[in-house]
Design a binder for this molecule. Structure first.
Ligand code: PEP
Ligand code: MG
Length: 751
């Protein structure tokens, strides 16, 4: 606790600041008043406020003591000079001899060389850097801890006020955040476009009263809120599965933080220095976030994340903001979140027009669900949760991985044109729905769709898919918090077959592990999960769930034909073993008197290069093979499909990869084994064309891709495409893409 005198000084300063901010006036006037107020209260010659003009540039926006002409003229890049360094590090610089400090930069227009003492603190809100607040004095002295604290608190209040738009109206840097158009370049999680309004999964809590007069009353409010928080954590703990030791441990640690005396004490100290209860919580939260950025240890980061989460809850309790306020979803909601679990996303369901995530990856659970729901998804839209407010207008371009937040009218108009063009194309594709994907040379390619939810099945009719080439069964496991029961699964698979109306459905057995971790499965930490204990490896080592799933499939078929495919088979033996499990279950079901499928096809997914070189016996025994191109490509090039840094490095139309695909086709032709391709590339028209030219006669893709792929295949001669590919490979080209694109554009000219 601080000495009483200093404490009241800090409170006095905050109260004066609040009164100043409450007075009417434009942004610039307010900033000017604030700088003179601080200089006066702190007894120093200079007080200046620098705000970000753009991501990289700080601008002097108000000053007391420096030359007035330098306001809005003096600019610094992030990291430049002491001010730039404060912004870059996110930490204060406090020195009695500024000119000798590392990074000092002399700015003659400000006349600052005569000031020795320098204290700069970041103006930031929950890790979002807005600017720098600086005080300077002639006397060569360092500011005391209490003075640093007071300036930090003032900077925090400034950040809160900026958030509320207190400085709007004077130039770019003074404008409130959350008003300008912002463009985010992320990655594609699911193609498609959407126009709508932001719906924040975890809305930001706005603090309207950072300064408070009555510390006693504020401390009471804080203690009440903490008590409520503790009770809610206890309830959470009581509800949790007591059998699940890990979950208990995690929640116990969470409760420990909620009960932490140190946390409460620090917040109470902040209140005594003049902050409101909310502002005190947020100050602690900012400190936690700052530490998060510095801690590489994943265990500690998890703990700090817990603390961050608790602070959020506490803020919601104190302000009454957030999910429990019953705010209505805006029309055409676009969900914006740091990340979201598959279950939560599924709960929102198809009412969402789009999803934008800061994290996520193409294969993440959220992406899988978004794809199944055919909702455009952009991932890696960094900082969007900081920028976006509920209700903001937003345009999502899932094709390019681009998001326009609060777009201006020109951008919105161009975007609408694009959507209209897509709608026209969709109409064209709808006209092809009942026609085969027959190329000009007479070759026909079977186009099937990928699915994973019951909700996907209606697309079978609309898209014109011939069947379901890949039914990913893991979604049913991912969206529950316990292993689904055999009866539940059998009922679901049966409904899938009903909806398919006799069309073929290739059910893939559970493909978990790697990025797909079941919430109720004991997490196994592996150095490289994508190459670890996943898919059929789990199924063979712990066959209980696999066998239960096979039983469910057999019962669901109830006499109808059944296709079962095993994922991630790397060698013949694994296929034999998995197949044996199925044969045993067929036997058992027969003995139990269940009706057996009239025909069973047993296939494997070829997702590792090794399987392409399996003995001929494998190709003879498999009823069908489906190339899982997503995995196959990552292992062929040793480029992690989840890693944005490397995943685009190797083109699917790479000559080596296409040669390899040709080898797989040859082996299947030799043994007469049906072959399909069900990775994401099957749904990209140019890629699909080349795969077909390499000899693939069945492609399975997202339903929305069937129209575009069919439309292209019907316009070309596959034998000619193959000739282009072969020529390019012969001359030693790395990728055949430029030649194919060139050939296609010549075809288009001819049409
Ligand atoms: C693949 O790997 O291409 C595939 C279809 O399986 P998943 O994307 O589910 O791993
Ligand atoms: Mg795969």
């Amino acid at each position: 606790m601080m000495a009483d005198g200093t404490e009241s000084e800090s409170r006095k300063l905050l109260r004066r600041l609040r009164d100043t901010l409450a007075e009417a006036g434009k942004g610039q006037e307010r900033l000017d008043r604030i700088t003179s107020l601080i200089a006066d209260s702190m007894g120093c010659e200079v007080c200046s406020i620098y705000l970000f003009r753009d991501d990289d540039t700080l601008e002097l926006c108000a000053t007391e003591g420096l030359k007035a002409e330098s306001v809005h003229q003096t600019r610094l890049r992030l990291g430049e000079g002491l001010v730039g360094r404060v912004a870059k590090m996110g930490k204060p610089i406090n020195t009695g001899n500024a000119p000798s400090e590392r990074g000092f930069r002399y700015m003659p227009e400000t006349g600052e060389e005569i000031y020795s003492a320098f204290l700069g603190v970041p103006i930031q809100r929950l890790g979002e850097m807005l600017g720098v607040l600086v005080v300077q004095a002639k006397a060569a002295r360092q500011y005391s801890d209490d003075e640093v604290y007071a300036i930090e608190v003032v900077a925090m209040v400034l950040a809160e006020m900026a958030e509320l738009g207190a400085f709007v109206g004077e130039g770019e840097a003074l404008s409130a955040p959350h008003q300008h158009p912002v463009l985010f370049r992320g990655g594609t999680g699911q193609e498609g476009t959407a126009e709508g309004h932001v719906w924040l999964h975890e809305p930001r809590v706005l603090i309207t009263n950072p300064v408070a007069d009555d510390p006693q009353a504020e401390c009471e409010r804080l203690r009440d809120a903490v008590q409520k928080l503790r009770l809610s954590v206890d309830t959470l703990l009581a509800k949790a599965d007591s059998e699940d030791g890990e979950q208990q441990q995690v929640l116990e640690a969470y409760r420990m933080f909620a009960n932490s005396r140190g946390w409460l004490r620090r917040m109470e100290e902040d209140i005594h220095r003049g902050l409101s209860a909310e502002a005190a919580v947020e100050k602690e939260q900012s400190a936690t976030r700052a530490r998060l950025n510095d801690v590489p240890d994943p265990y500690l980061r998890e703990r700090l994340n817990d603390l961050d989460d608790l602070s959020n809850r506490l803020l919601r309790i104190l302000t009454g903001q957030g999910h429990d306020t019953g705010a209505a979803m805006p029309p055409n909601p676009v969900l914006v979140a740091r990340n979201i679990g598959p279950g939560e996303l599924l709960e929102y369901g198809r009412k969402l027009k789009g999803v934008v995530l800061e994290e996520g990856s193409v294969g993440s659970h959220a992406a899988v669900v978004a794809r199944a729901l055919a909702i455009p998804l952009v991932i890696h839209a960094e900082r969007i949760t900081t920028e976006a407010l509920n209700g903001d207008r937003i345009l999502v371009d899932g094709d390019q991985g681009i998001v326009h937040l609060r777009p201006d009218e020109n951008v919105a108009a161009a975007f609408r044109d694009k959507i209209a063009m897509q709608a026209q194309a969709m109409e064209r594709y709808a006209g092809l729905r009942l026609l085969p994907a027959q190329a000009l040379c007479g070759t026909t390619v079977g186009l099937h769709m990928n699915a994973g939810l019951m909700a996907d099945l209606p697309s079978l009719e609309g898209s014109g898919a011939e069947g379901v080439g890949l039914f990913r069964t893991e979604l049913q496991f991912l969206i529950r918090n316990q292993v689904p029961k055999r009866g539940e699964l059998a009922a679901l698979y049966s409904r899938v077959l009903d909806a398919a109306k006799g069309r073929r459905v290739a059910f893939r057995t559970l493909d978990i592990g790697s990025d797909k971790v079941l919430p109720y499965m004991k997490r196994v930490d592996e150095p490289n999960p994508a190459m670890g204990w996943r898919a059929i490896r789990v199924g063979l080592d712990k066959p209980g769930v696999l066998r239960m799933q096979l039983q469910a499939l057999l019962r669901a078929a109830n006499g109808r034909p059944l296709m079962v495919m095993f994922p991630f088979v790397a060698q013949f033996e694994e296929f034999l073993e998995a197949r044996d499990h199925l044969l045993r279950e067929i036997d058992r079901e027969g003995q139990l008197g269940h009706v057996l499928p009239e025909r069973i096809e047993i296939g494997a997914m070829l997702e590792t290069p090794s399987l392409a070189f399996a003995p001929k016996q494998f190709f003879d025994l498999a009823d069908f093979i489906s190339i899982g191109g997503n995995d196959l490509k990552q292992f062929f090039f040793a480029a992690d499909r989840e890693n944005e840094r490397v995943r685009r490095r190797y083109d699917t139309l790479n000559a080596s990869f296409l040669t390899f695909i040709g080898h797989i086709v040859d082996r299947c032709v030799e043994s007469g084994t049906a072959l399909s391709f069900c990775g994401e590339d099957a749904g990209r028209p140019v890629e699909a064309l080349c795969l077909a030219a390499m000899g693939l006669r069945t492609l399975s893709m997202r339903p929305a891709s069937i129209g575009p792929v069919k439309s292209l295949i019907r316009r070309v001669n596959l034998a000619e495409v193959r000739r282009v590919i072969d020529d390019e490979i012969r001359v030693g080209r790395t990728t055949v893409r430029p030649a194919i694109m060139d050939w296609l554009s010549r075809q288009n000219e001819g049409l």
